[in-house]
Design a protein around this ligand. Structure first.
Ligand SMILES: Cc1ncc(COP(=O)(O)O)c(C=O)c1O
Length: 463
């Protein structure tokens, strides 16, 4: 039975495996939680007395389990009463990146959120009012799990026009954010006998979690300055790529590699999952069309409202090859079924009525100014820092001098109240060069110059 404890506001669910002895079960459960990143380095554990009471174990059993994990290096002890999780090599670092927002730091420069202070509230309010007014009674019943036909039609037109996606509205699935879409895809592949999805190194740890939770294994593939090293793709059922703006490295997949990727998918009867999370934001070059346009039968294109509008919309869309459409729809039916219909109709109105295009045009200028402000401040104050991936999106990666240690990066950021992640937090297969990933869409305008100032002051201590 899963057990849980709550101690000092911290809660963890522990599965104590039956049939292996209680102490061994507790040790295993804690080791798994630490390796998987569910218990992050530095997390203080409850006292042996509190944990024993919560789990219905004897205190001696908990003390022995703690001692064993101390000996194995999973835990460290500052005093007799303070035991905490140690930094374990190879343990996944996921918890920090789970939430893109860190409300507890004065200057939140972690990537993830757009500038939500610019959300087009009045346009959205009138689109919602319009949706409620025009929705037919039929629309208030259970709807099509692919999404409302009006939104699918609007998206098919929009994606064709803006991103070069070739898709019929029949093959679009509106889902509850990209992460939900990724789970749907992974589960559909698994149901058809799939086993492995390749992922880029680097990337978001919780995307790996979503894929693995749906029952596929992940295998990591290296990146270089031209993006995913396609030649090194393993024998896999699918690959997840951020081709138009790699997260976090910032490169776009080189045109030759795009062709090679499509060839790989054809040769292996595999699927490319194209995560086009910020494809609308490109500043210095012509936008690059989606890979999906090259091979619609082998690519699932995924777009999201999380960057273009707001993460709170919880709406994303998949353009799905025919053979995977029914499996995905079946899983959608068994889970969330559909997004709320009024919101879908409102989004259709925003897309069809040009409100989304106008918002994106305005935001491109807004983000470009922020990016330039940040780059100027870096060039003036810390020219030793090398920004990469600046041509698109809402984040830049800052490469720091060789030898800069992650611990020092974290300490200096914390000292200056800056919320941001070292590049290594995104490393799926191990290490990364010393660096930092900065989102420049937050904080809101009035706080942005001070946040940039805090960042460059912090960086000056590292170079
Ligand atoms: C790489 C990447 N893909 C997709 C998304 C969007 O995810 P969702 O639609 O679940 O908010 C994000 C958001 O931060 C992202 O960074």
């Amino acid at each position: 039975m899963p057990k849980s404890w709550t101690s000092g506001g911290f809660e963890l669910h522990l599965d104590l495996e039956p049939g292996v002895g209680r102490r061994a079960a507790l040790e295993r459960s804690l080791r798994e939680a630490i390796r998987s990143g569910r218990l992050a380095a530095g997390t203080q554990l409850p006292s042996s007395r509190a944990l024993a009471a919560d789990l219905g174990l004897s205190r001696g059993t908990v003390v022995q389990a703690y001692e064993q994990l101390l000996a194995e290096g999973y835990l460290t002890s500052r005093s007799r009463t303070h035991t905490e999780v140690a930094a374990v090599p190879g343990a996944r670092v996921r918890t920090q990146l789970r939430s893109a927002t860190n409300f507890s730091v004065p200057y939140d420069l972690a990537p993830g959120n757009p500038d939500v202070s610019q959300f087009p509230r009045s346009t959205w309010a009138s689109a919602l009012r319009h949706a409620v007014t025009i929705a037919a009674d039929e629309d208030l019943r259970y709807g099509d799990p692919r999404g409302h036909p009006q939104l699918r039609r609007a998206l098919a037109d929009y994606l064709g026009r803006v991103r070069g996606v070739r898709i019929s509205s029949q093959a679009i699935v509106v889902c509850t954010g990209f992460t939900n879409g990724l789970r749907l895809i992974a589960a559909a592949l698994r149901d058809r006998g799939g086993r492995v999805m390749a992922v880029e190194d680097y990337g978001l740890p919780f995307h790996v979690d979503a894929i693995e939770h749906a029952g596929l294994r992940t295998e990591t593939v290296r990146l270089d300055d031209d993006g995913l090293v396609v030649d090194e793709l393993p024998n896999a059922d699918a690959v997840l790529v951020t081709a138009s703006h790699q997260l976090p490295w910032g490169t776009r997949l080189h045109p030759a590699r795009r062709g090679a990727l499509v060839d790989w998918a054809r040769d292996n009867n595999a699927i490319v999952v194209e995560d086009d999370y910020d494809g609308e934001f490109r500043y210095d070059r012509q936008p690059i069309g989606a890979i999906q346009g090259l091979a619609p039968e082998h690519v699932i294109y995924a777009g999201t409202a999380s960057k273009s509008l707001a993460p709170a919309m919880r709406m994303a869309w998949l353009a799905v090859p025919e053979r995977l459409l029914e499996p995905i729809v079946q899983i959608r039916l068994l889970s969330e079924r559909q997004c709320p219909t009024f919101e879908q109709l409102a989004l259709a109105q925003l897309v069809d009525g040009g409100g989304l295009d106008r918002h994106l045009r305005r935001m491109r200028t807004h983000y470009r100014k922020r990016r330039d402000f940040l780059l100027d401040a870096l060039a003036t104050s810390v020219p030793q820092v090398r920004p990469i991936g600046i041509a698109a999106g809402l984040h830049v990666t800052l490469l720091l001098p060789d030898g800069t240690r992650d611990d020092d990066i974290r300490a200096v950021l914390a000292d200056h109240g800056v919320g941001a992640h070292p590049l290594s937090d995104y490393a799926r297969a191990g290490t990364a060069p010393p660096g930092l990933v900065i989102g420049y869409a937050t904080p809101p305008g009035h706080a942005f110059p001070a946040a940039v100032q805090a960042l460059v002051t912090a960086l000056a201590k590292l170079v």
